[in-house]
Design a binder for this molecule. Structure first.
Ligand code: NAD
Ligand code: AHE
Ligand code: ZN
Length: 380
């Protein structure tokens, strides 16, 4: 049976970024999904640090006006022609990292990066016709990261939709759309941390905490050293598996030297979960020669570049990066949510705040001040 909105343009509320720095709650028109597209009623979304980077105008790809948001969950409202894997009423996570299972990247077995819709999502449009499905005040509004979860309804490519167990609480599992998944995967898929390892995690926000939990509990690391300039983050990080802490502000020496001295030559694995290039260098140089591996997780500002002495790599350190923790979105997100339902992955502790859509600018300020891990926004 057709829903009452199927095939029609929906007018709903969304947080529109007309330009950098401010989100305005507006009435937006959301066109029906075209072929291989899915329209989703977003029930909950959370803010990730990357939304703030784009909002501040510092993401190389940021295109305005747009509807931000990429950690969300919802229910399929309607689907376009050719969509076979989800139907109206299914519970889903829209994923910024698509998985078409057909492109050379998906078929390589070497990466979770999918090539099918990435060029379009980087431009804030849909692949089929190069246009957005959002408009407000008569103007087209661009999509963001192929997800745009700061809207009560969004349209995404079918290859970006992970269908999940309807028993999973959407107001919590929205976090699997980015931060928790990324931190966990950085440890388990990208670095492949082994039992007994010594690990340093730079940045104890949601991504870093998820990395702590994965390193200690899932990978069996022996030492997990949390590095953050906010000591208020340490108690929760300890609960998540960090065994010791370093505040770079407490030391005269460079933080990499502090870590090398603490660990008899350096850590086996390090993770930069902040987004600052000087910390990316420090994280690499904190690794032990011969086999130390550092993973860049944080997203740096447009134009930023990383550097180190080539000798650091010649002497056996490996420098890697991760997107969405190396997880394949449609295949792996439903499995991660089952692990959450089985009690293997924590979620509740990341949700430090809850607000409603009209209050979204408060959530931005809380995140900017570092007072919040994840603020879940109720979209109803
Ligand atoms: P967050 O803002 O919640 O956490 C960042 C943490 O870094 C905070 O605890 C802060 O106190 C700490 N910090 C800031 N400056 C520091 C310094 N100089 N030294 C040590 N610690 C410092 O952010 P988040 O949502 O956890 O995201 C972390 C990073 O990961 C961001 O850059 C985000 O854009 C990026 N990210 C990347 C991916 C990916 O797929 N690669 C996915 C999600 C997020
Ligand atoms: N657009 C930026 C890069 C942004 C970036 O690296 N994004 C991460 C996800 S951050 C989620 O919070 C990512 O996974 N990138 C891989 C991809 O395909 O986007 C720029 O510098 O152009
Ligand atoms: Zn994110």
């Amino acid at each position: 049976m057709k829903g009452s909105t199927e095939g029609k343009t929906i007018t709903c509320k969304a947080a529109v970024a007309w330009e950098p720095h401010k989100l305005s709650i507006e009435d937006v028109e959301v066109a029906p999904p075209k072929a291989n597209e899915v329209r989703i009623k977003i029930t909950h979304t959370a803010l990730c640090h990357t939304d703030l980077l784009t909002l501040s105008g510092k993401d190389a790809e940021g295109k305005f006006p747009c509807i931000l948001g990429h950690e969300g969950a919802g229910i399929v409202e309607s689907v376009g022609e050719g969509v076979t894997e989800v139907k109206s009423g299914d519970h889903v996570i829209p994923c910024y990292q698509a998985e078409c299972r057909e492109c050379k990247f998906c078929k390589s077995g070497k990466t979770n990066l999918c090539g099918k819709v990435r060029a379009a999502t980087g431009q804030g449009v849909m692949l089929l016709d190069g246009k957005p499905r959002f408009s407000a005040k008569g103007k087209p509004i661009y999509h963001y990261m192929g997800t745009s979860t700061f809207s009560q309804y969004t349209v995404v490519h079918d290859v970006s939709v992970a269908k999940i167990n309807p028993k999973a609480p959407l107001d919590k599992v929205c976090l699997f759309g980015c931060g928790v998944t990324t931190g966990r995967g950085a440890v388990l898929n990208t670095a492949k941390v082994e039992p007994g390892s010594t690990v340093a995690i730079f940045g104890l926000g949601t991504v870093g905490l998820a990395a702590c939990e994965a390193a200690k509990k899932a990978a069996g690391a022996k030492r997990v050293i949390g590095v953050d300039i906010q000591p208020a983050k340490y108690p929760l990080a300890q609960k998540f598996g960090a065994t010791e802490f370093v505040n770079p502000k407490d030391h005269e020496k460079p933080i990499q030297q502090v870590l090398v001295d603490m660990t008899d030559g350096g850590v086996d694995y390090s993770f930069e979960c902040v987004g600052k290039v000087e910390l990316m260098r420090a994280a690499l140089e904190a690794c032990i020669k011969g086999w130390g591996t550092s993973v860049i997780v944080g997203v740096a500002e447009a134009g930023a570049e990383v550097s180190t002495r080539p000798f650091m790599l010649i002497t056996g350190r490996t420098w890697k990066g991760t997107a969405f923790g190396g997880y394949k979105s449609r295949t792996d997100v439903p499995k991660l949510i089952e692990q959450y339902l089985n009690g293997e992955i924590r979620i509740e502790e990341y949700i430090t705040h809850r607000l409603s859509l009209p209050e979204i600018n408060e959530a931005v300020e809380l995140m900017k001040r570092g007072e919040c891990l994840r603020c879940v926004i109720s979209m109803e």
